[in-house]
Design a protein around this ligand. Structure first.
Ligand code: NAD
Ligand code: UD1
Length: 338
């Protein structure tokens, strides 16, 4: 079995996936530039698994360094590509930096992979590629050519690029994993989501209210056409998501072609559902205030997860209560992050 290169492996989803890979007996190599993560997460991966791995502090934009990683590890067989910038609001303010980092970074990686005949890739795409015009539940066959922001467009474009690469060379094997809303943390409480500054996303924001770092959750709109008026999303436990990557790696090892695959639970929860589940987990009431809608938000987003079950034999195991219990365990043990 060849090695797996994990780009962005020090980040939130990457670190959880590395734990699952190591636990399953894979050898891994991690590449990260720590632009949105900390070296401590690598120590935590080692602590949880009791295993070691090679790490390269490198930027994907630096083609020489990426090539050197492959030169030094000629047995890299597949790549799981998490590395990218992901803050939607920031991408609107800094489109050039986002397109450069995410798209040019991916192009450099593809060049190095092609050069070293390592043509199997699992890519972190997002439910954001379904845009504003499709109806839930989202199915992989739906059109994906719109987004509301540069971050979302980087995902649409990278999916297109990987499709085109396969058309040019049928030796490639590509899984485009469309994540819904990953939350929660590893059971150990040692790794989890650790955003810089004030969180943009719901779950880390609630976690910071629970640990007392922020006074109250702002609920972005309670007049949507949903059961309680707040936005509904398909939250997925990050460990379930990580396990989905193991199934996808196995799939790309055994099959050629390009497949877009939703990784979600197929169930929706509202903002208030998540807040109340977190209150149950932490045993206290969490204050919130209703705020205006956030630009670019939609009422509903959830997956039809059937393709993942059929193709990868994967389905999510955990519900919202476990996501909140594990997320709270990480937050209370690491109130200031890693
Ligand atoms: P994250 O920011 O925690 O992890 C990304 C990692 O990539 C970080 O460790 C960062 O330092 C690294 N990185 C960024 N640019 C790099 C570069 N040029 N060279 C080397 N390393 C670089 O994010 P995450 O939540 O773990 O997300 C992982 C991937 O999944 C991203 O591509 C993201 O867009 C995608 N995704 C995330 C979500 C989510 O809700 N978290 C949803 C859908 C898709
Ligand atoms: C967002 C991004 C999406 C990206 C994903 C992961 C937007 C429009 N979408 O998804 O492209 O892939 O993050 O990074 O930004 N909410 C509040 N208060 C908050 C934060 C969020 O009420 O402080 C609500 C939102 O209105 C939404 C739900 O909580 O209804 C989930 O929001 P969030 O966690 O930001 O995820 P998405 O918007 O689904």
């Amino acid at each position: 079995m060849g090695k797996i290169l994990v780009t962005g492996g020090a980040g939130f989803i990457g670190s959880h996936t590395c734990v699952e890979l190591l636990d399953a007996g894979y050898e891994i190599v991690i590449l990260d530039n720590f632009s949105n993560s900390k070296p401590e997460s690598l120590n935590r991966i080692k602590k949880i698994t009791g295993k070691d791995f090679k790490f390269y502090e490198a930027d994907l934009l630096d083609l020489d360094k990426v090539n050197a990683v492959f030169d030094e590890n000629p047995d890299i067989e597949a790549v799981i590509h998490f590395a990218g910038l992901k803050a939607v609001g920031e991408s609107v303010r800094m489109p050039v930096e986002y397109y450069h980092n995410n798209i040019t970074g991916t192009l450099m990686l593809i060049k190095a992979m092609r050069e070293h005949n390592a043509k199997k890739i699992v890519f972190s795409s997002s439910a954001t590629v379904y845009g504003l015009d499709n109806e839930v539940p989202y199915v992989e066959t739906m059109p994906t050519h719109t987004s509301t922001n540069p971050y979302g467009y980087t995902k649409v474009m990278i999916e297109q690029i990987l499709n085109d690469v396969y058309v040019s060379d049928n030796d490639w094997s590509v899984a485009l994993l469309r994540y819904f809303n990953p939350i929660g943390a590893h059971k150990s409480g040692l790794i989890g989501e650790d955003p810089n500054g004030i969180p943009n996303n719901l779950f880390p924001y609630i976690a910071q209210v629970a640990v007392g770092k922020l006074p109250a959750l702002g609920v972005f709109g309670n007049d949507y056409d949903t059961p309680d008026g707040t936005g509904v999303r398909d939250y997925i436990h990050v460990v379930d998501l990580a396990k989905g990557h193991l199934c996808a790696v196995k799939y790309v090892m055994e099959n050629k072609g390009v497949e877009a695959i939703n990784l979600g639970t197929g169930k929706g929860s509202s903002v208030l559902d998540v807040l109340h589940a977190f209150e149950k987990a932490c045993g206290k009431e969490l204050p919130y205030v209703i705020k205006p809608r956030r630009a670019g938000d939609i009422a509903w987003s959830y997956a039809k997860p059937d393709k993942a079950k059929k193709l990868l034999n994967w389905e999510a195991q955990y519900g919202i209560d476990e996501m909140c219990a594990d997320g709270w365990n990480f937050a209370k043990n690491n109130p200031n992050g890693l």
